[in-house]
Design a protein around this ligand. Structure first.
Ligand SMILES: Nc1ncnc2c1ncn2[C@@H]1O[C@H](COP(=O)(O)OP(=O)(O)OP(=O)(O)O)[C@@H](O)[C@H]1O
Ligand SMILES: [Mg+2]
Length: 248
């Protein structure tokens, strides 16, 4: 199943030392695919990402991954009190590619500036990170991930708390990154958004489904993923109630 995949899992189980919190995960993602990773709070989305990153060792199964994976973590949004600029944050992305004895140099700064320009923030480079809007901060974090030049990007609930214009900008950016041949896994609580992407992975402590949105986003699958939390809209579309998420 993983032939030609940039990132894949087969029979993956993971956890934190006790019984696995996530199991039975089998998927393969190719270049040019956006994957919506859906699941309730505690469903295992972040645990999957940490396992793909190599932070957690699988307790069963295998992972196929490239040497470098970029990540926009879920927890970063709370750390807004560092007096660092957008450029400083983007530069942090170069650290993981440098040998331990080297400081970022001029070429690294150039890469960081280019990445900020690529996410549409060339004119915000010297602003303090914490003073940027939520959407701008997410794009700085995407820039930081881009600096690592990774073919696979993991975005852990990057859309939470963004206003509509910021959502559109991030959508556009992710479409561009996908068109460039990257694979993106995006943890989200927005079922409607998932319909527009190439693949959907549903997790609820185990894998409920993986496949094309039209096959996966059925009422039965969404019920198995979210329990009773889904709402039916006219036209047989299922969505989550807007108050569902509370992380911001
Ligand atoms: N560091 C940890 N140590 C022990 N258990 C953890 C740890 N982090 C998460 N868990 C547990 O693993 C399970 C899956 O959590 P995870 O954070 O992967 O869910 P999630 O789908 O990302 O949820 P959310 O939507 O709230 O971000 C939960 O039961 C959680 O309590
Ligand atoms: Mg999470």
């Amino acid at each position: 199943m993983s032939a030609g995949a940039l990132v894949a899992a087969d029979g993956l189980a993971a956890g934190y030392g006790g019984p696995p919190v996530l199991q039975g995960v089998t998927f393969a993602v190719k270049a040019g695919e956006r994957v919506a990773v859906l699941g309730p709070n505690g469903g295992g989305k972040t645990t999957l990402f940490r396992t793909l990153l190599g932070e957690l060792r699988p307790s069963a199964g295998t992972v196929v991954r490239p040497p470098r994976i970029g990540v926009v973590p879920q927890t970063e949004r709370s750390r807004l009190d560092f007096p660092v600029s957008a450029l400083d944050v983007a530069l942090m992305g170069t650290l993981s590619t440098l040998p331990w004895w080297r400081q970022p140099g001029r070429a690294d700064r150039r890469r960081a500036r280019r990445a900020l320009a690529d996410v549409g923030l060339a004119d915000r480079m010297h602003r303090t990170f914490g003073d940027l809007s939520g959407g701008q901060r997410q794009r700085v974090l995407v820039a930081r991930a881009l600096v690592q030049d990774a073919p696979v990007l993991l975005l852990d609930e990057s859309y939470v708390g963004l206003d509509a214009p910021s959502v559109d900008l991030l959508d556009e950016l992710l479409a561009t990154l996908t068109a460039q041949g990257r694979a993106l896994l995006i943890a989200t609580h927005d079922v409607d958004q998932a319909r527009g992407w190439e693949r959907v992975l549903c997790l609820n402590r185990r894998q409920v489904a993986f496949g094309a949105p039209a096959d996966v986003l059925t009422r039965a699958t969404l019920e198995a993923t979210y329990g009773g939390e889904i709402v039916e809209l006219p036209g047989e579309r299922c969505v989550l109630p807007p108050h569902h998420h509370d992380h911001a």
